[in-house]
Design a protein around this ligand. Sequence first.
Ligand SMILES: CC(=O)SCCNC(=O)CCNC(=O)[C@H](O)C(C)(C)COP(=O)(O)OP(=O)(O)OC[C@H]1O[C@@H](n2cnc3c(N)ncnc32)[C@H](O)[C@@H]1OP(=O)(O)O
Ligand SMILES: O=C([O-])CC(=O)C(=O)O
Length: 468
Amino acid sequence: MLSVTLPRVALRSAAPARQWASAAQSVRYASTLKDAVAQVIPEKQEQLKALKAKHNNSSLGEVKLENLLGGMRGLKCMLWEGSVLDSERGIAFHGRSIPDCEKELPTAKDLGLKGKEMLPESMLWLLLTGKVPSVDEVRGLSAELAEKGKLPNYVEKIIDSFPKTLHPMTQFSAAVAALNHDSAFSAAYNKGIKKSEYWSPTYDDVITLIAKIPAIAARIYYNVFGKGDGKQAIDPSNDLIGNYANMIGYGDHEGMTDYLRLYIAIHGDHEGGNVSAHTLHLVGSALSDPFLSYSAGLAGLAGPLHGLANQEVLGFCLGLQKAVGENASDEKVKEHLWSTLNSGRVVPGYGHAVLRSTDPRFLALSRFCDTRPELQKDSLVQLVQQLARVAPGVLTEHGKTKNPNPNVDSASGCVLYSYGMTEFKYYTVVFGISRALALTQLVWDRAYGMGIERPKSFSVDALQKMLK
Ligand SMILES: CC(=O)SCCNC(=O)CCNC(=O)[C@H](O)C(C)(C)COP(=O)(O)OP(=O)(O)OC[C@H]1O[C@@H](n2cnc3c(N)ncnc32)[C@H](O)[C@@H]1OP(=O)(O)O
Ligand SMILES: O=C([O-])CC(=O)C(=O)O
C-alpha cells in the first residue's frame, strides 16, 4: 500500500491523527500509534499464553535471604516489555542499543525540524510496538501530542497555587495526579468496561499524559524561576520537545533543544526494577489510572539515590570547583573525592544497582558533548570528563561500590547547566518528563491482564523460624 507524507496543512488542522488515518480510502496515511499497538497486542498475548501453558511451573531461580534484605536485587520477578538492562552492555530497547536507536529512529532532521537527534516520539513508538516507526508515523504522533498538549484550566490554577519554595518535583507529582480528574481509564472502569479492553483507555490516558507533561513542567519552571513567557503555547507543527524548549525559553537554542531530545529519548525506559518504573507499575497494578501511577513514580524519582542524583552531581561539581578551583589537577580532584568518601557520603553519578560498566547513556551524552564546540570548552563539561577518568580509580581503591563507573546522572544535569539552565532543583523534572516513557508498560500490563502485585513479606522472627 502507498504511504504518503502528511501535508503540512493537515498537521496544522485541529483534526486528530486518528481521523487522518481513516480519511483517505485510496491512499493510506501513516498509521496511528494506537492502531500499531492494537495490531501487535494479539500476537504478544498469544506468545505469553503459550509461555504460560508450557512453563508456568518452571523456576527462574531461587530467592535467597540476601535478595530479600538487599532490595530484591537480582530477583527475576517482573515482566517488562520495552527494555532489558544487561549489566555489561547496558540498556536495550526491544533489543536495540542506544547507538542502534541513534542510527535507526527518526530524528528532528527527518521531520524537517532544526536539530539532528532522535525524537522521544520515535522512542515512544518503539517502546510500545517493538517496531521502528516511519517518519510519517512519528510526524503524525507529534501532531497528535501537540493537539492534546494544552492544560485544563483547573490544573493551571492548582500549579499557580503552589508556593515557589515547594520543590519542583513535589509540584510536578501533585499536578500530574490532578489530571486524573479526566482519566479515560477511570471513566471506562466505572462504566464496567471488560478486562480485555482495559488497555485501550489506558493507552489514551498515557498519550494524554505524555502530551500534557511539557506544559506542566514549563508552568512550574515559569512560576518558580520566572523563565519562559508563562503561556505554554503549542505549535502544532513542532515536536514534543521542540514545543517544550519553546515553553521554557530555549526555543531558539538549537543545542539545548537537541540535547533535551536525546536526553529525554534515552532516559525514559530502564527496564522495570528501578524505583520510579517499579513504583508506577506497582500502583498501576491496583488499577489506579496512569496519572496516579506516574505521580507515584515521580515521587520515587525525587530521591537522591535515584533521579535526584543529577541535581546532586551538579552541587558536587560546583562544590569541587569552589574548593579546588576550575581546571584543577587530577591530584586535587582525587583529594576532593577522598574527602567526600571519608566523610561517609556517596560520590553522586557513580555506581549502579545493576550496571557493572559505564552507563551507555552517559556515553551517548558524552558523544553529544564531543560534537559541540561550545560544550567542549565549558569547564563544567571538562570536569565531568575529568571525573569519569579519575573517579573510577578512587572508588575502586575505596573498595565499596560494585560499579565504580559513571552512570547517566554524572553528565545529564551538568550539560543543562552549561547551556544556561542553572536552576538545578528543576533538573529532576526534566528526568521526570523522560521517565513518562516508562508508562508504556502500563499499556502492556493491561493488555496482558497482569494481576495486582502482592509479594510475600516476613518479620525477622518469621524468617528465623523458616531458616532454622
Ligand atoms: C538514574 C539513576 O537512578 S542512576 C543512580 C543514581 N544515583 C547515584 O548516582 C548515587 C550514587 N550511587 C549510589 O548511591 C549507588 O551506587 C546506587 C544507589 C546507585 C546503587 O546502590 P547499590 O546497588 O546498593 O550499590 P552497591 O551494591 O555497589 O553498594 C555497595 C556499597 O558501596 C557504596 N557505594 C555505591 N555507590 C557509591 C558511590 N557512588 N560512592 C560511594 N559509595 C558508593 C554503597 O553506599 C554501599 O555501601 P554500604 O555497604 O556502606 O551500604
Ligand atoms: O536502573 C536503575 O536502577 C536506575 C537507573 O539507571 C534508572 O532508573 O534510569
